[in-house]
Design a protein around this ligand. Structure first.
Ligand code: SP5
Ligand code: ZN
Length: 334
């Protein structure tokens, strides 16, 4: 399978994240990179398609914040990584706020997603990696793997969170639409619900979203991912959430996958984008499913049986010792 990766995606190197009242070492760390690269072998470097395809998903104001936040932070005499600390619970409205902390709060939803000096550049090349994977699918390769880092599925049109800043799967989906594909399906099998992807396409039926994830009653991102979120307006019925309990193993996961794939088949999509997270693995340090390495091959074979051109985009997966094997197992199933 063709795999895409850009070395400039190593530069984003978050040190810590804040949860449960304490700073912890960042789960989404650079150590993930070699684990994945060792498993996938040869990679192609993406072409630079510029900002235009990114601006189809994200607002200009938001991209500017990602680009300047760390510089402004240092200019205020602060050190280390940029963290937001206050969020607009009343709902966001387009206030022209000045202080960096206020602007960060307007465009983020957690304290686990620090911005460092290289975050913007890394994310930019992550998006280009997803786009090059997509174009290889459009050119006729049946399946391609975009090793995007950091992940993307928690990022909305104008907010970051969940280690995600640019929504790589959404950027690829919009590019597919711009290239004339009328219907695109996204299947999200990361442990966490992809709230950003759901939000971006919530009111639309041309990009449909199905996700299997840990029940948000107990697991991040809590406020999205419930089964009654089925899309709104034109998007009513174009969103499928299948929350599963902590402790889910392949025996309990497989029927949910069947349900999601049957649903996708009924959408009559021309192209599939898979948001793949290996954080459903039993060894994952921040997650609570019980999938085994061999289960990913079975998962992939079922997804491949849809017979759709498929772009696989990397999301989470933090059990570094198992990460390479898990990805090899998944990609080997296609
Ligand atoms: C892309 C992705 O997988 N993002 C996940 C972000 C999850 N952040 C949640 C942080 C809280 C984790 N709680 C861990 C408890 C460990 N005992
Ligand atoms: Zn995840």
């Amino acid at each position: 399978m063709k795999c895409f990766w850009d070395e400039r995606q190593r530069a984003h190197a978050p040190v810590s994240e804040f949860f449960n009242g304490a700073l912890h070492p960042a789960a989404e760390n650079v150590g993930r990179v070699d684990a994945v690269l060792n498993a996938i072998g040869n990679t192609e470097t993406p072409v630079d398609r510029g900002l235009e395809p990114i601006l189809r998903v994200h607002s200009a104001e938001y991209l500017e914040l990602l680009e300047v936040a760390h510089r402004e932070w240092l200019a205020l005499g602060r050190s280390g990584e940029v963290f937001p600390y206050t969020f607009p619970i009343l709902g966001r409205r387009p206030l022209a706020l000045e202080r960096i902390d206020a602007r960060l709060g307007q465009h983020s939803f957690d304290t686990s997603t620090p911005i460092g000096p290289s975050t913007w550049n890394t994310c930019y090349w992550g998006a280009q990696t997803a786009l090059s994977g997509l174009f290889s699918i459009l050119d006729g390769s049946g399946a391609a793997f975009a090793f995007c880092r950091p992940p993307g599925h928690h990022a909305g049109a104008d907010y970051f969170g969940g280690y995600s800043y640019l929504n790589n799967a959404a950027i690829a989906a919009e590019a597919a639409r711009a290239q004339g594909k009328t219907k695109v399906a996204i299947l999200d099998v990361d442990y966490h619900h992809g709230n950003g992807t759901q939000d971006i396409f919530n009111f639309r039926d041309d990009v449909t979203y199905a996700s299997i994830h840990a029940d948000p009653k107990t697991d991040y991102p809590f406020f999205w991912g419930h089964a009654d979120e089925t899309g709104d307006g034109n998007g009513e019925g174009a969103n499928l959430n299948i929350p599963l309990a902590r402790g889910t193993d392949w025996h309990a996961y497989a029927p949910a996958l069947t349900q999601a794939l049957d649903w996708i088949e009924r959408q009559k999509a021309e192209l599939l984008i898979v948001s793949y997270g290996a954080d459903t693995h039993e060894a994952d340090p921040i997650s609570h499913f019980k999938l085994k390495t061999a289960d990913y091959a079975a998962m992939a074979r079922r997804i491949a049986s849809l017979g759709l051109p498929t772009l696989i985009v990397m999301e989470g997966g933090y059990a570094i010792e198992a990460l390479g094997d898990n990805i090899a197992s998944f990609l080997g199933g296609f």
